[in-house]
Design a protein around this ligand. Structure first.
Ligand SMILES: Nc1ncnc2c1ncn2[C@@H]1O[C@H](COP(=O)(O)OP(=O)(O)OP(=O)(O)O)[C@@H](O)[C@H]1O
Ligand SMILES: [Mg+2]
Length: 234
């Protein structure tokens, strides 16, 4: 490996424990991508990287095992009836969290929601479709004002409705988790997404609506939270 590549490799892999690095190598050897390309985002619990594979660029979302707040994860996941018997099992909670994010995205895609296609999950890593152009990720809605806020807002609501109809509520929707990809909203970060039959689903859908409505009010739209909510639940 040339020096520069080795340096880049070292800095990127330094943030991970041996377990995680082994999974990355496993995915490389299975041909999913050739190596990490660039750091896209460093979050509280997860790092996002781009990588290039045979079919083009992809995204890796890697949960840092030591940084994961599994108590918070457990509080969310215990209400999701699809998952049980996780209490006290730290690693299992994290791995289930990742699997759930993958599964949520799959359901959302199948329901026609505009979100990244999930490609694979393994341990604390999830591979996703890259949303962007020429290696540049699409900006977040909070950073890029839509040219036609009303049109953009309507599309967001349409997506929220489709998601709800498929039995899911995003539960962390805000201008941080919506990308503005050439004026098309793409919903991301389905880690907190849960089923509409979970105890807190009502509270979550209201919060999602409020976050989105407040942002578009700031962009000049006249909106009623109740009306938007009614439209989604209809
Ligand atoms: N599929 C994708 N394509 C392009 N950019 C992405 C994609 N997924 C994530 N990103 C970028 O990475 C950032 C962080 O991703 P995400 O919101 O999923 O994680 P997070 O907020 O750090 O994690 P979490 O809330 O699950 O702890 C996003 O705001 C976005 O800029
Ligand atoms: Mg996010």
């Amino acid at each position: 490996m040339p020096n520069k590549a080795r340096e880049k490799f070292k800095t990127m892999h330094n943030v991970f424990d041996n377990f995680t690095n082994r999974l990355i190598f496993k995915m490389i050897s299975e041909g999913h991508f050739e190596g990490l390309e660039a750091t896209v985002s460093v979050g509280k619990e997860a790092n996002i990287f781009s990588a290039v594979g045979q079919k083009g660029r992809i995204i890796l979302k890697i949960y840092r095992l030591e940084a994961c707040d599994f108590n918070r994860m457990y509080d969310y996941i215990k209400e999701d009836k699809r998952y049980a018997n996780l209490k006290g099992k730290k690693r299992k909670i994290i791995f289930t969290w990742v699997q759930r994010e993958y599964r949520n995205l799959l359901i959302a895609r199948q329901a026609g929601v505009s979100c990244p296609t999930p490609i694979k999950f393994l341990g604390n890593i999830i591979l996703l479709e890259f949303i962007g152009l020429d290696g540049e990720v699409a900006p977040k809605l909070k950073d890029k004002k839509p040219e036609d806020p009303k049109k953009f807002f309507d599309k967001v609501v349409e997506n929220m409705k489709k998601l709800y109809k498929s039995g899911l509520v995003h539960a962390d929707l805000s201008p941080f988790n919506i990308l503005n990809f050439n004026e098309v909203p793409i919903l991301i970060d389905f880690s907190q997404t849960t089923t509409t039959d979970s105890t807190s689903a009502d509270e979550f859908i209201r919060r999602d609506v409020r976050n989105v409505v407040n942002h578009f009010k700031k962009l000049g739209l006249k909106l009623s939270e109740d009306k938007v909510l009614a439209k989604i639940l209809k």
